[in-house]
Write a protein that binds this ligand. Sequence first.
Ligand code: CA
Length: 218
Amino acid sequence: MRVLLVEDDLQLGESLEAALRLEQYAVDWLHSGEPVRAALGATPYDLLVLDLGLPGVPGLQILRQLRADKHTLPVLLLTARNTLEDKVEGLDAGADDYLTKPFEMDEMFARIRSLLRRHTGNRASYLEVAGISLDPVERHVLVDGESQDLTSREFAILEILMRRAGRFVSRQRLEEGIYSWGEEVGSNTVEVYISRLRKRFGSEVIETMRGVGYRIRA
Ligand code: CA
């Protein structure tokens, strides 16, 4: 799962970014609202965590623009103001939920899981492919009822492949799913994770097509 975080408060932004990474999300952090639209156009995100009080373009305006652009990704608002009016305005503008500062990280994670679950609510929240079942929100992988202990990047790659089961996914798309901006991408990293997944789930489960990418058999 990849999160776009928009927060101008450096201290809060840093701790949110670190906490989200520890919780195994890929995170990109923007300090202001101007680049949000371009970022959303360039990268497939699963969630936007948006501060309302931003310098320049206010969070609410970003949110309205986003919904006007028909972006459906879930949005969690962060607000320093705790008035009913602000909450109503935020929800009316298309936010899915909000947190009033200060908040506990555990509460934020619970809200995020609930948002992601609701967002995938019209599908089964479990993905089931090739005998593997994966819960993207609770981050469990089961095979024959047995829990599998995957690293966060193995999990991220498996999830992307399972969401597009039967179709080929390019290496670049897989890299985008596991690296935040500015992180060094090793030239054969995706291959390494694919080979680990094959070792675990059987080599026939993931197919490679040279120059095209990888797919998990539906
Ligand atoms: Ca702020």
